[in-house]
Design a protein around this ligand. Structure first.
Ligand SMILES: [Zn+2]
Length: 211
C-alpha cells in the first residue's frame, strides 16, 4: 500500500471523470514545490484548484492533488477527460528526478492500475501535446522499462479506445457536442447517436459555407 499524504485542499467546482484510460506524467518546471503551492498557482489562473491529481516531491513523498476521480486540468480538454495527471516536482530541463521520485512514481502507477482494475497507459505530457514537459532529462526509457519490462513501451491491450472511436470523440469534443470523452465500452447506440449528430452538424456547416 502506498502512502498518499492528504493535503485538505479546497476546490471550486469539479466534474467527475466518466472514463479513465491513461496516466500523464508532468514536471512542475520549478524548484521542489508542494501540492498546496501548485494549488495556489492554478487558483490564480482562475482554475478550480490544482490541475494534477498527485504531486511527487523530491524526497519521494506523494501528495494528494485534485481528487483522483475528478477531471483534471493538465493536458488539454480531450486528454483531461480520460486521464490522471501526476506531477513530479522539479525542473527536468535542468536536472533529472531523484531516485526516490522515480521509485514513488512506479509505485503510484501500479497502485492506480489496481485501483482502476485496468492496465492504464502511461504517457509523458509531451506525447500528447506540444510541450517540453516533463523535460529533456526525464528518464523516460528507464521508467518505461520499469513499467513494461525490457521490451519497452506497450500502450496496447489496456483500456484502449479504437481509432474510429478516438476520431469521433476528438471531432465531437471539438464541435462541443460532448464535454468529455465517451467510454469505449458505451453501448453501440450511444456511438451511433454521436456519429449521426456529427454528420448533421457537418452538413449544416457545409450549407453555411455555400450560402
Ligand atoms: Zn506537463
Amino acid at each position: 500500500m502506498i502512502a498518499v499524504i492528504p493535503t485538505g485542499l479546497i476546490f471550486g467546482s469539479l466534474s467527475p471523470r466518466r472514463f479513465t484510460r491513461r496516466i500523464i506524467i508532468h514536471h512542475s518546471a520549478s524548484p521542489d514545490v508542494s501540492a498546496a503551492t501548485i494549488h495556489g498557482w492554478h487558483l490564480q489562473r482562475g482554475w478550480s484548484g490544482i490541475g494534477y491529481h498527485f504531486v511527487i516531491r523530491q524526497d519521494g513523498s506523494i501528495e494528494a492533488g485534485r481528487p483522483v476521480d475528478m477531471i483534471g486540468a493538465h493536458a488539454g480538454p480531450k486528454v483531461n477527460g480520460d486521464s490522471i495527471g501526476i506531477c513530479l516536482a522539479g525542473n527536468f530541463m535542468e536536472y533529472g528526478p531523484t531516485s526516490q521520485q522515480i521509485k514513488s512514481l512506479i509505485e503510484l502507477v501500479s497502485y492506480l492500475q489496481e485501483l482502476y482494475q485496468t492496465k492504464l497507459e502511461v504517457w509523458q505530457h509531451k506525447d500528447v501535446a506540444a510541450t517540453e514537459c516533463p523535460g529533456d532529462l526525464f528518464p523516460w526509457s528507464e521508467i518505461n522499462q520499469a513499467l513494461y519490462g525490457p521490451s519497452g513501451h506497450d500502450n496496447m491491450g489496456g483500456n484502449v479506445m479504437e481509432p474510429w472511436k478516438d476520431e469521433l470523440v476528438t471531432l465531437a469534443l471539438d464541435k462541443k457536442l460532448i464535454s468529455q470523452p465517451h467510454d469505449p465500452d458505451e453501448p453501440a447506440p450511444k456511438w451511433f447517436v454521436l456519429a449521426v449528430g456529427l454528420k448533421i452538424l457537418q452538413e449544416v456547416e457545409k450549407r453555411g459555407e455555400k450560402s
